[in-house]
Design a protein around this ligand. Sequence first.
Ligand code: ADP
Length: 848
Amino acid sequence: MNLAGLMLCLFRYFEHTRKPLIYALIFYLGNLLSNYYWGVYMLVMNDYPNVSSMFAYFGWNLAFVMLVPMLFSLRKEQGIRSISPLAFIPVPVNIAQLILYLQYGGYFNNIWQVLWTTVAACLALDSLIYYYKNRKKGVGFPYISAIFFVFITIEYAEWTSTCFDWPSELLYPYNYLNLLSNVCYILIPWAFTKVYGKEDKVLGEAPHTRLMNLFRPLYTTVVIICCIGGYLLAIWMRKTLDAGIVERGDADPYTIIAVMLFVVSIIIVSFTIMIVLVVNSAQKTYEGEELKRAKSFAEKSNATKSEFLTNMYHEIRTPINAVPGMNAMIFRESLSARDDLPRERESIKRAFSDICGYSGNIDSAGKNLLSIINDILDFSKIEAGKLEIVNAEYQLSSVLNDVSNMITFKAKDKGLEFDVEADRSLPGVLCGDEIRVRQIITNLLNNAVKYTERGRVVLSVTEKRDYGSTEDNLTSLIISVRDTGIGIKDEDKDRLFKKFERMDLEKNSSVEGTGLGLAITGSLIEMMGGTINVVSRYGQGSTFTAVIPQKIVSYEPIGDFREKFANSIDTMKAKKEPFHAKDAIILVVDDTQMNLAVVKGLLKNTKINIDTAKSGEEAIDLAKLNHYDIIFMDQRMPEMDGTTAMRHIKKEAVGVNSETPFICLTADAISGAREKYISEGFNDYLTKPINSVELENMLETWLPKEKINYADAKVSEQGGQALKTTEEAFDPKLIDRKTGLIYCGQDEEFYKQILSEYLYESKEKSEAMDRCYEEKNWDDYGIYVHSLKSTSKMIGAMELSEIALRLEKAAKSGDADAIEREHDKMRSMYMDVTAMIAQCVKPDNLIV
Ligand code: ADP
């Protein structure tokens, strides 16, 4: 029975290589070591072997120990520590049994047996109690524990039964109990099948299942041969000994039979262990191969995914490119159409104003969409291991300048202060991935502004040189972004740099975001060998500090960056000068008609002459006939790409365009692209979607200076007078720009529209108010001041709005004195306000 149980258990192990099965196998093997020689010896000699109790009990003692780890490893689900007090019932029972049985087998064996079997019985009983309590919750019946509990109980009963005298062999319970405990040997593998059978077989259809199938008959045959062989050998040995020995002397010569049988059982045990090891190693090899296969599959699909995304990126950006471009044209045309219409066509004018408003919304949604696409692409590249850090020389102050410029306006729009603190001694020229450094700082700054409602955002940059390092031109840039925003809870800090994680969603529900920014930032910093950490107090603000190792190219210090930056902001505030380039001619090459229309539309105000070509071949033909001041060349075109077309044109024998600057138009905004195109022969590089300011800057840089005319453009745009920005023109006492912007959803463009509406109706409104005032028509006067009250509030003219409110109340109650007291003050303030607005929007309705 023991052998049959062992074989069945081993076959279960072939199907489910689980830990409890290993313990069960050792349990069987231990039993086998004692049972086999004991049983066969009894069969052959009809007597107990004459061996020491240590030797007799060796196998059983080993088997009992195994019960504990096996039952323990089955307790995963119910937890290791919680044990029901009822589970300790076997303890007193077993102690009582120990006292009874102690006379047999010696102290050591008995205490050892009772110790381990009691712990095992308690564990098995506890599993049964756990099942009983939780069976309604779907906990499965613990077949294995149940069988072992029964087995241990039978063993105890067996041992106890030997302590008493029984009237006859027939009534001696030992024999029946022994039979029952042997039945348990067969039931144990069945219990394992009950528990594991429901689960998928671990090996499943693995190729080495064939090996397992081969082992089954092989193992069965070897074990049967060993058992029968041992038995026949024992008979032969007994016969030989009986014939040869007449006098026994002191030593029992038959002990040799017991030893021989023990050796047979050792052979069976070793063979079993060998087979388990082979199965284990086959399993590991199989898993290793599976893992390799899965890895290579994952790598292949990742590569395909990344390639797909890069292509998609280009495909998505091409149509998106058309959206902001066309939108900018819609905005421009609608604005000028509205302004050109006569005043009587008010409803059409309003329609154009609405179109400008919608166009503003398209613009901000488009920018948002692009930044999300860029984030997703970057992240998938990082995940696919395709994103590379491309190191090149760069000017640190240029990076700081650009990121600070970008954030200054965003912070101002939100009413936040922005400050930059850069160490004067920072080295001027570094070597690293400039685009990624920019991206890291921009992400941190954008977050700081996004998650701060009031207060300030500070960018501070210092460095730490490792003088002990072998590379002495190495430094660590320490970039820290501090804000006085909403802060981050301690429990959220661990999740910050994980993808798609957004914190504090109750507070942040209105803040747009994907939860990718910090994941990208963290990964980029890691790829550069740097670190990032965050210190934050919930409700008070956060400081993100990134440490990025960079090489120093020039030790020349950047100096007082803060001052330089303040100066550059002042120069930027001066409006970008419009210019005309009537005498210049450019060629724009793009296979998408829409993109050609966008460039044409964006450059309409410059009055520049534009030829367009829809393919490289067409561009070559045009370039043979005309000289161009600049050629804008799309990089990706079917049949002939931009680089090839450019090389053809430059090589042309006639050479009309051999000196012409070529600007590459591409959707490829990844790092290293600039260097790549310039090394291919382009003079400069413009990313799509094309931004009108960048496009005009490009013309200013590359057109011959004599073909650019600033004076003409100024005259035609403003009738000789340049417009100021609202920031420059407004006295905050009269018009609080910040409040106005809040009413306009922080949308500067929309704010300007409202201001021009305000200006547009001011002349008519003030004339009407004066008329009513003269005629003492307080009813109508009340209607006009009511309207003035709300429109003034909307633009941020708070004091004027309050005076209008008082006048409205006075008009309602017919209080002529109060009206007379404030009317002139209101009129003069209204004039000042409109005069101020007229400096920023077209001055064709100024009241006099
Ligand atoms: P998101 O697109 O949501 O801004 P990020 O990965 O950039 O994604 O940031 C993840 C989350 O970390 C944000 O949703 C926000 O909850 C939190 N977080 C990031 N920066 C700050 C900050 N400066 N102050 C407070 N919370 C921040």
